[in-house]
Ligand binder design. Structure first.
Ligand code: F6P
Length: 326
């Protein structure tokens, strides 16, 4: 069994609803095991610039329901250099921190992996990202809330789409992953989803037209995963306008509203379980693992697997969408 007097916790990368619930869980689980907790502000940046404060049980009161992160977040260029990481390590030692809990997405866990290796610091990761793109966990903190936000937005867009008999392309976040787009499409009863994992663009659009957009339905909604390489909703709507000029096409880019809001019960529960499990993992002498939940069980996933392996998106979901979107 490992013993720790003091650990640090930080949130890094894009904020995700449920990060506060995770900070609360890490803090209170540690305190209940006699471990002191320091909150590091603005992700790795705060470790470099020494923005570090003690966290007590009441520092994390009344935050479980709040979106965003009370510790703030940032993407930090200095931490990507060996010199920056040396300063971070020196600050960590000066504060007496013996381990780190990092809440964030793949970039944040990559930082933790490098830092842990260079300085032999025990680091535990919690998957905090709306993108759901970390391998080894069924879901990530923030994904369920973002999905629900998307569904709420599409329910509203559908009212105007139906009234005007329009074809809407709704762009959602996810970076290079299509979880939000595909499951958002299924949950909102959309007609199609264009996602980076499968080359669905041509198929799905042609199918949509073949089925006769105006014959069976007087409006349609297509979710489009943002994608630097594929161009997102703007690109696809442009193509549509050129190839099928008869359609009244509109674009809606949901943007950062998908990252905000009060976390769902599901996100609060997984964040609480994962946060508590992070402290158990440290005490069990686990090192450099991400806490995941698979089939409702807590699992420890080595950083390299969580980051480097691509989380598969089940192809049968696409079939479900196709079958039900007629
Ligand atoms: O990783 C979370 C995420 O919201 C992605 O879905 C999106 O591509 C990116 O962050 C946007 O980042 P930023 O807020 O820095 O523009």
């Amino acid at each position: 069994m490992g013993t720790f007097k003091c650990i640090g916790v930080l949130t890094s990368g894009g904020d995700a609803p449920g990060m506060n619930a995770a900070i609360r869980a890490v803090t209170r689980a540690a305190i209940s095991k006699g471990i002191q907790v320091k909150g590091i502000y603005r992700g790795y940046k705060g470790l470099v610039t020494n923005e570090i404060e003690d966290l007590y049980s009441d520092s994390v009161s009344n935050i479980i329901q709040r979106g965003g992160t009370i510790l703030k977040t940032a993407r930090c260029a200095e931490f990507m250099t060996p010199e920056g990481r040396q300063v971070a390590y020196d600050n960590m030692k000066a504060h007496g921190m013996e381990a780190l809990v990092v809440i964030g997405g793949d970039g944040s866990l990559t930082g933790a992996r490098i830092f842990a290796q260079e300085f032999n610091v025990p680091c535990i990761g919690l998957p905090g990202t709306i993108d759901n793109d970390l391998y080894g966990t069924d879901t990530t903190i923030g994904y369920d809330t973002a999905l629900n936000t998307i569904v709420d937005a599409i329910d509203k867009i559908r009212d105007t789409a139906a009234s005007h008999e329009r074809l809407f392309f709704v762009e959602v976040m996810g970076r290079d992953a299509g979880f939000l787009a595909l499951n958002g499409a299924i949950a909102s009863g959309a007609e199609a989803a264009i996602i980076p994992e499968y080359n669905t663009e041509v198929d799905q659009l042609d199918e949509l037209i073949r089925r006769g957009f105006r014959k069976s339905k007087n409006s349609s909604i297509v979710l489009v995963a943002e994608s630097k390489s594929k161009g997102g909703a703007l690109h696809i709507a442009e193509r549509m306008k050129n190839e099928y000029p008869g359609y009244d096409v509109r674009i809606s880019i949901l943007g950062h509203l998908q990252r905000g809001g009060s976390p769902t019960a599901h996100d609060r529960i997984i964040a609480s379980r994962m946060g508590a499990a992070a402290i158990d993992a440290l005490l069990e002498d686990q090192r450099n693992v991400m806490i995941g939940i698979e089939r409702d069980e807590i699992v420890y996933v080595p950083f390299t697997r969580a980051i480097k392996k691509v989380k598969p998106l089940r192809p049968e979901l696409l079939e479900v969408l196709r079958e039900l979107g007629i």
